[in-house]
Design a protein around this ligand. Structure first.
Ligand code: THU
Length: 149
C-alpha cells in the first residue's frame, strides 16, 4: 500500500498506526466493483493485515438471492487465499445517511481471525457519519474455536 491519504472528516486518530485513509480508499475502490443488481446496495471492505498488505472485497449477489456474498467475507477470502490470517483493521464502505454495519455472518467470520479488530464504518454519502468501533463491541461473546475442544 503506497497511498498517503490525508486526514478525512471524522477520521480517527492515526495513533493506532493504521493508515485509515488509504484503507478507506481501497474499500471505496473495490466497492465500485460490487455486483449488486438485486439490492442495489454496493459494499466495499478492505482489510489490512499485520504484514501491511491490504485485501479488498465487494459484495457479489446472485439471482438465487440467498447466495449473496458480503463484502467483508469476500475480503477475508482474499486474505486467506493469499496465505495471510492476521487482520489488524477493516474499513467497510456503504451508502446512505448512516454507514451500514456488518451482518452477523460477517461478524462471526471476522471473529475467526481477530476478536478485537478495529472496524471503521463509512457511508460514501455521508463521510461525517463515519464511525470506528471494534469487532468485540459488534459481536460480544462470540462463538470461538476453543469451545470445540
Ligand atoms: N452486505 C454486505 O456486503 N455486507 C454486510 O455486512 C451486510 C450486507 C451486502 C449483501 C447484499 O449484497 C447487500 O449488502 C444487501 O443486503
Amino acid at each position: 500500500m503506497t497511498a498517503a491519504a490525508g486526514p478525512r472528516a471524522g477520521s480517527p486518530s492515526t495513533d493506532d498506526g493504521v493508515a485509515w485513509g488509504a484503507l478507506e480508499d481501497a474499500a471505496r475502490r473495490v466497492r465500485d466493483h460490487a455486483y449488486a443488481p438485486y439490492s442495489g446496495y454496493h459494499v466495499g471492505a478492505a482489510i489490512v493485515t499485520r504484514s501491511g498488505r491490504v485485501f479488498a472485497g465487494c459484495n457479489v449477489e446472485n439471482a438465487s438471492y440467498g447466495l449473496a456474498i458480503c463484502a467483508e467475507r469476500s475480503a477475508i477470502a482474499q486474505m486467506v487465499a493469499a496465505g495471510e490470517s492476521d487482520p489488524v483493521a477493516v474499513v467497510v464502505v456503504t451508502r446512505g445517511p448512516e454507514p451500514g454495519s456488518p451482518c452477523g455472518m460477517c461478524r462471526q467470520t471476522l471473529a475467526e481471525f481477530a476478536i478485537d479488530l478495529p472496524v471503521r464504518l463509512v457511508s460514501a454519502d455521508a463521510p461525517s457519519a463515519a464511525r470506528t468501533t471494534t469487532l468485540a463491541a459488534l459481536l460480544p461473546d462470540a462463538f470461538r474455536a476453543d469451545k470445540l475442544k
